[in-house]
Design a protein around this ligand. Sequence first.
Ligand code: SAM
Length: 301
Amino acid sequence: MGPTLADVRPPLRWMGGKFNSRHVLRELVGLSVSWSGRVVDPFFGGGSTLSLFPASRFTVSDSNDELMNFHVACRDDSAALKARVSRFEDSKEAFYATRRMYTEKTADEDNIERAARFLFLNRTSYGGIYRVNRQGVFNVPYGGGGRFKIDVLSAAIDAHASRLSRVDLSTSDFGDALGDISSGDLLFLDPPYFSPGRRTFTRYGPEVFDFASHGALATRARTSVEGGALAVATLPGSPEVLSLYAGWKLLSARFSRRLPAGEVMVVGGGSAWPGLGIEIPDNEAEIGRLISDAARPGERV
Ligand SMILES: C[S@@+](CC[C@H](N)C(=O)[O-])C[C@H]1O[C@@H](n2cnc3c(N)ncnc32)[C@H](O)[C@@H]1O
């Protein structure tokens, strides 16, 4: 049997993307058999949510307009997107020429052309990073590495287009996206991983996602959960950040070793996770002990 649709790698490489952690995340939450409501993801990134939750309704967004333009082009006209993508050749010269056209935003290009350029730059840039300067100009250098293979990308675009076919997509800040949550929605929160005192990648756009942003997110998430939503959040293993979620459950300390302090999974909306996890204390020292004493990566605490 070939891979399922959920297991076909998304076309974009995305910093902090959860596709490689999908098995452990599905197992941890145990939602793969029981969930059938709407999933809301306000930090959609490369789109691995669609491989994590077997829901039939998704409402997803991200503040990166170029990223969301790519997903819309893929959903609405994958054939045209594949045709445009197949015109690119992976070389340093083509990369810099494309980057120049992309940043100059020439007037005659349509959304499909921008999406094709976005994918080409994503697959050939250094580390697949999407980084812009304060003026919003994409400035990542060429990386090479043989990651721009037309046949592989065409198959990935087809699979992603199928997964996206009934997905509601928009560009918005998480604050707006979380303004319209209903009882019974499941929120998947995978924000940039700011940890006080640590160097982590938080600059996905001109704005940095800092500790104040984490505070605002936690406040929104709590309001949604009080209104009857469920929430699953992947967060940096930082006592300061986790203290914002005191009273929620720590489901896994360190589901991966990717960051020095690990990545953790927390859940809110209690009754959906009976007997799972450990309640997060409101004291940072205790949270620090909880994280360092906790189970091996991928195990429930
Ligand atoms: C860790 S990544 C999400 C990765 C995604 N779950 C995946 O598996 O590909 C965080 C995302 O948050 C987005 N982001 C940053 N600041 C934001 C904001 N204020 N509101 C909404 N999205 C934001 C970034 O563009 C980035 O795509």
